[in-house]
Design a protein around this ligand. Sequence first.
Ligand code: ADP
Length: 234
Amino acid sequence: ITQLRSLDSMRRDFISNLSHELRTPVSVIRANSETLIDGAIEDKIQARIFAKAILHNAERLSDMVSSLLDLSRIEYGELKLNFEEINLDLFIQNYIQSVANLSKKKEINIIYKPEHKGTVNADLQAIERIMNNLIDNAIKYSENGSDITILTSNESDNYIKVMVKDTGEGISDEDKNHIFSRFYRTASARATDNQGSGLGLAIVKHLVNNLNGEVGIESKPQEGSIFWFTLPNY
Ligand code: ADP
């Protein structure tokens, strides 16, 4: 009974969080459409501004829905993973090249400091998605012109650890406890960035767990963060 109650309360939390997150973009789309219909459509400049806001919020909704679908597929084990021997070193080198355009926009330099030996047993696409989420965040929450460092090490005989280190705003101890939960965003992220959904790190956690690894974070406010994950050796 206790387990059922806790499931029920998780379901209620989920629905209430989801409704809350959906409300803002839906309200913007609604209000802007009404303004357009009420006359703004006649004014070309105004019409463009309102239409752009509608598009932006529709895109946000669409991103949120795809992230939720991804998350549920991953959680229910419906995502097929293709485990194979992966040369992490080669993967990270190629990966950094592939995101160079993204980091260049903020003049961010991605540095790679490999210190691991051996290969991992994992799914290539899954590692790429994990890295995409961590690097996206590191770029998003860092100042222009700063460095992001990707470090690796042998965590133990059986695991390799990958760390993504930034010198951004960091995360408080209180926030650390919730950061991997669905929809969780820090107060400062909510205040300054209206793009995120708080689903990226939940996806990271579930993907890493499905790859039989662990995730974690080390951070001091104002000094930056290290998001890390481990993967089993091949
Ligand atoms: P979002 O789409 O909001 O970025 P995530 O699940 O990826 O969602 O991250 C959840 C929250 O964790 C973010 O809203 C932000 O508050 C915080 N966060 C994530 N990565 C970092 C980082 N590198 N530095 C500071 N805060 C971060």
